[in-house]
Write a new protein. Structure first.
Length: 220
């Protein structure tokens, strides 16, 4: 008798568990559309607040000039500069001001333009020595790395729209500052030395007994 009662109780418990699981499963199935709808709305709101820019380049490309180059690049600087650009500052800057902080990364490349070498700039002596009057080193490139450069902070006054030209001005200033920093640090001198070392090894490998370098005089 007791075993029969026990079996009945176990059967009731199993039935109750099945009913609970069924209800839970039904509730989950019932709430799935709501959860999916919430996820879709969240995704749409996120896309509206942070839209992905659409880039549509014009299919027409205009080439204005083709020019051969004979530049020997012999020195590269990787530079980082922090630029602050601002406008409308003063007692009412919190209303009409615009200020941004640009972290700029860029590259400065210098070398010697071998296209400026003339026949008279290379003198070969009977004993096999050669004298080369190299053009002075110059900066070929001073440009920002747009992938690594970014606006770290921007503060726009309550009654002002952001100045669309402010970031462009900051980037232009960053390029000039990077160029000045590289020149002050001796990039031109190092580029000249590297060019002479490279050409020395090249000319010696061609069989010249010795190589001497001078620097061409600057022409106005």
């Amino acid at each position: 008798m007791k075993k029969a009662v026990l079996y009945i109780l176990l059967g009731l418990l199993v039935s109750a568990a099945i009913v609970v699981l069924g209800v839970t499963w039904s509730l989950q199935r019932a709430t799935e559309p709501v959860v999916e709808l919430r996820q879709q709305i969240s995704t749409q709101v996120s896309a509206f607040v942070n839209p992905t820019p659409t880039i549509m380049p014009d299919p027409v490309t205009i080439v204005h000039e083709l020019r051969p180059l004979a530049r020997l690049e012999t020195m590269q600087y990787s530079v980082e500069k922090v630029i602050t650009a601002e406008t409308g500052q003063g007692p009412f800057g919190f209303l009409f001001g615009d200020r941004l902080l640009l972290v700029a990364h860029g590259t400065v490349i210098a070398g010697v333009d071998l296209d400026r070498l003339g026949r008279d700039d290379i003198q070969v002596e009977p004993d096999g020595t050669v004298t080369v009057a190299l053009p002075p080193a110059e900066v070929f490139i001073a440009a920002l790395d747009n992938e690594q450069s970014y606006v770290y902070d921007r503060d726009i006054g309550l009654l002002r729209k952001g100045d669309v030209e402010l970031e462009s001005a900051a980037r232009l200033a960053a390029e000039q500052e990077m160029l000045s920093a590289a020149v002050e640090d001796g990039i031109l001198e190092q580029a000249q030395t590297n060019a002479e070392n490279y050409l020395y090894r090249l000319l010696r490998s061609l069989g010249f007994a010795d190589v001497t370098f001078t620097v061409q005089e600057e022409t106005g």
